[in-house]
Design a protein around this ligand. Structure first.
Ligand code: BGC
Length: 459
């Protein structure tokens, strides 16, 4: 998004309607971030309320990721069948039910059930938020608008850190977890005012409605865009997951799955979910660690804003290359610092700064660009399903890292764990360089056309 666009957003002119709609849809991202971030603080107090085995503790923390993988698994197809808008409404309701269940849970099984339900909503939201925005946005600002969703994910995480902090004194974990009901209600009400995706409408034979939505969300070029959508819809055969295996789609599937896995195995959520623990081990006191965690959350938000301003100007590939390159460098520093003896003092400060830089590099690259690209590189007929498959892979990898991080640091040490993440980032960098296409400023239909003609995606 250019600075002019940002100015338009702030002033409220230009394609104002599309900004409002995208901002509302990005509440999906806020819930996704909030509900994944909140458990880090709430968990400390849940442990005081119930007697639990370590296995049950693990299930409570990672239950949401497992639920999210399940939600993402069916969310893509539901988005194709029911429509984007209806799925957003369902996600908001499920978010509400999950948060409510956790807040009032009298027993551990009910709490776990709430966490799983909440996870399913997170899974729905992680697909349908970026999908809906990318389809309603005009091409020249699509990158920035779709990345609004990631901005809200990071804002949600930061908000959850503050809410944790606010309720920490009282140990009020039920309020922490129940707080997710508020944005769920706002999203449910907001979606009633939002139009359906014009591309989805067109594909379901509702051409007049599609035209009407485009007219409301474009200042010009409506007929041309409708023609392009029509052409794409006409060249499609049956929809379904089987179509994903068509040879001409394989490059896009490789790109999506690769980015999904690299986004997680490079270690971001080891930092997002375990930041206070890592920081304490550098010699910081617990209050300072919590403050530094808020600092990390803030940097995550700020650098995502920077990415949004750059993504439609410098392009997706360049942001990814710089971002992942920076992650390799900062992880190498972290691996070294944690290897050296005497972590407190100067080295502790270097470690804290490196952690912050690591998050910054994630936030200008893999964070937003992954979600953006997977909403751009799949043809309309399989877009929902393809995003579903890729998002499941993302949650699966997330589950793997968040479950194994404590085990890894305990077994091979923090230093080796960071080296391992660094190695994964290096492979990720080569992957981006070799396979990831530039999609900046092109219509979704033009990207699809290239795929059909089997033009190399890395050109
Ligand atoms: C990732 C999440 C992560 C968040 C951090 C998202 O793009 O998918 O797993 O927690 O970024 O900002």
């Amino acid at each position: 998004m250019s600075t002019a666009t940002i100015r338009n957003v702030l002033r409220g002119d230009g394609d104002r309607f599309v900004y409002v709609v995208s901002a509302l849809a990005a509440l999906n991202g806020l819930l996704f971030g909030f509900d994944t971030g909140i458990i880090s603080g709430a968990f400390l107090f849940i442990q005081d309320s119930f007697v639990m085995s370590p296995l049950v503790e693990g299930i409570i923390v990672s239950g949401a990721m497992a639920g999210a993988a399940a939600g993402a698994a069916v969310g893509g197809q539901l988005a194709d069948r029911l429509g984007r808008r209806r799925l957003i409404l369902i996600a908001a309701i499920v978010f509400f039910v999950g948060s409510f269940t956790m807040a009032v849970a009298p027993t551990v099984p009910v709490l776990v059930a709430g966490r799983l339900i909440d996870g399913v909503a997170i899974g729905f939201a992680s697909i349908v938020g970026p999908l809906y925005i990318s389809e309603i946005a005009p091409p020249h600002i699509r990158g920035g608008l779709t990345s609004l969703n990631q901005l809200m994910v990071t804002t949600g995480i930061l908000l959850s850190y503050f809410v944790n902090y606010a309720f920490a004194d009282a140990g009020a974990w039920r309020w922490m977890l129940g707080a997710g009901m508020v944005p769920a209600v706002v999203l449910a009400i907001g979606i009633l005012k939002m139009p359906e995706s014009p591309r989805w409408l067109f594909e379901h034979g509702r051409k007049d409605e599609a035209r009407a939505v485009l007219k409301r969300t474009r200042s010009s070029g409506v007929d041309q865009e409708l023609d392009e959508i029509e052409e794409t819809v006409e060249t499609q055969s049956e929809t379904g997951v089987r179509d994903l295996l068509a040879p001409w789609l394989r490059p896009a599937l490789v790109v999506g799955l690769g980015l999904a896995v690299f986004q997680q195995i490079t270690g971001i959520n080891a930092v997002i979910y375990y930041a206070p623990t890592i920081l304490e081990s550098t010699g910081l006191g617990s209050v300072a660690s919590i403050l530094a965690t808020v600092g990390i959350g803030t940097i995550n938000v700020v650098m995502t804003v920077v990415a949004i301003m750059l993504v439609d100007r410098v392009g997706r590939r360049r942001l990814l290359l710089v971002g992942v390159g920076g992650m390799v460098a900062t992880l190498a520093i972290l691996g070294t610092v944690f290897y050296l003896p005497g972590l407190s003092g100067g080295l502790g400060i270097i470690a804290t700064i490196s952690l912050m830089l690591f998050v910054s590099f994630f936030a200008i690259g893999l964070g937003p660009v992954f979600w953006l690209l997977i909403s751009e590189i799949y043809p309309l007929s399989v877009r929902g399903s393809a995003m579903g498959v890729v998002t499941v892979a993302n949650w699966g990898a997330n589950l793997l890292v968040s479950l194994t991080f404590p085990v890894l640091t305990d077994g091979v040490g923090t230093s080796a764990t960071f080296w391992l993440f660094g190695l994964c980032s290096l492979v990720g960098l080569l992957f981006v360089y070799r396979y990831v296409p530039e999609t900046k400023g092109r219509t979704l239909e033009a990207i699809e056309d290239d795929l059909r003609q089997n033009i190399s995606l890395a050109d």
